[in-house]
Design a protein around this ligand. Structure first.
Ligand code: 13P
Length: 245
């Protein structure tokens, strides 16, 4: 199975000309593009091979929309052509105080709306410093709450293990650490959802120099890439490494 490459552009690029450049450079099979909301339609119309993802959704999806200024519903994301939704990214947990309770609602409405959630979990520096067992326990607790509101048995889910200390820092986890965590995530979820099609991704300072090491790990099904995915020079290198595995 080919590993999935999800490009989380975060709040980049800042010009439409650069969005065009980046989309051209990133448009390939097995790639999922997560641009900022204003660029969704533009990217959707340009991309021939890549699938589309939103970086967030609101935790309610009322049939006729609602009075939630600044928010975007799952129905809108679907209508714009998104297949996936990143939910619970650590930057939103940190800067927007998104709680696991909110994230649980988002995961539930996304699945109901037919979007595939890319649920982000991961421990911070302090927890990691206390050891691997603590990190597994911390992520296990996140998963338990984040998946607590599912109404029906989901058929497909993606979990991204993104240790907070590895995001945007250049301090990537080792492939072994990422593999242990991915395995623990898989076990925790498959106990309660045996028939679920689950992919576990790694994210945190992934680049062309280190991706091959992670890709060799059987428990890692792909990558959620931040900085390197918004770089039109770097991302094609990641694509070609993954395609040539
Ligand atoms: P970096 O690849 O920049 O560390 O970001 C990872 C990330 O947050 C992807 O969602």
């Amino acid at each position: 199975m080919k590993k999935l490459l999800v490009a989380n552009w975060k709040m980049k690029p800042t010009t439409l000309a650069d969005v065009e450049l980046l989309t051209r450079a990133s448009d390939a099979e097995g790639v999922v593009l997560a641009p900022p909301f204003p660029y969704l339609d533009f990217v959707k119309k340009m991309a021939r091979h890549a699938e589309l993802c939103v970086q967030n959704v609101f935790f309610e999806n009322p049939k006729n929309g609602g009075a939630f200024t600044g928010e975007v519903s799952c129905a809108m994301a679907k209508a714009m052509g998104a297949t996936y939704a990143i939910i619970g990214h650590s930057e939103r947990r940190q800067f927007l105080r998104e709680s696991d309770a909110m994230i649980a609602r988002k995961v539930a409405v996304a699945l109901e709306a037919g979007l595939i959630p890319i649920l982000c979990v991961g421990e911070g520096h302090e927890v990691r410093h206390r050891g691997e067992a603590q990190a597994v326990g911390f992520v296990g607790m996140q998963l338990m709450t984040d998946l607590s509101l599912l109404k029906n048995e989901p058929s497909e889910l993606i979990v991204a293990y993104e240790p907070v200390w590895a995001i945007g820092t250049g301090n990537n986890a080792t492939p072994e650490q990422a593999s242990v965590m991915s395995n623990a995530i898989r076990k925790a979820i498959s106990t309660n959802h045996p028939s679920l099609r689950l992919k576990v991704l790694y994210g945190g300072s992934v680049n062309a120099g280190n991706i091959a090491g992670f890709a060799r790990e059987r428990d890692i099904d792909g990558f959620l890439v931040g900085g390197a995915s918004a770089d039109a020079g770097e991302f094609p290198k990641l694509i070609s490494i993954i395609h040539n595995l």
